[in-house]
Design a protein. Structure first.
Length: 95
C-alpha cells in the first residue's frame, strides 16, 4: 500500500472503525462527487463526515445506507475540532 490510494485506504480503515462505534450512515449524496459515498458519523460533540473512495466501500458494509443527506454543513476545521473534543472527553474518562 503506497501513494495517495494507500493513504485513503488507511484513513478509510479508521473512519470505518469510528462508524462502527457511533451512530452513522453512508450514502451517495454529494453531487460534486457522485462516485464517492459520504459517511456521516454522529458523536456527542457533533457530526463528522468523510468521502469514501469506491475501492474502500468494502470496509463500510456494517454502516446503514441512507438516501437522505443529513450533513449539517460543518467545515473540515469544525469536523476535526469536534473529533478532538470527543477524543479529549474519552481520554479524561480513562484517567
Amino acid at each position: 500500500m503506497s501513494g495517495v490510494d494507500g493513504v485513503y485506504r488507511e484513513r478509510a480503515h479508521l473512519v470505518a472503525h469510528l462508524a462502527a462505534a457511533h451512530p452513522s450512515t453512508i450514502g451517495y449524496h454529494d453531487p460534486a462527487e457522485p462516485e464517492w459515498a459520504v459517511v456521516i458519523i454522529d458523536l456527542p460533540t457533533g457530526q463528522l463526515s468523510w468521502h469514501v473512495a469506491p475501492d474502500d466501500m468494502d470496509l463500510f458494509e456494517h454502516v446503514k445506507r441512507s438516501e437522505i443527506n443529513t450533513w449539517d454543513g460543518h467545515t473540515t476545521e469544525e469536523k476535526y475540532a469536534r473529533l478532538d473534543a470527543h477524543t479529549r472527553a474519552l481520554a479524561q474518562k480513562e484517567s
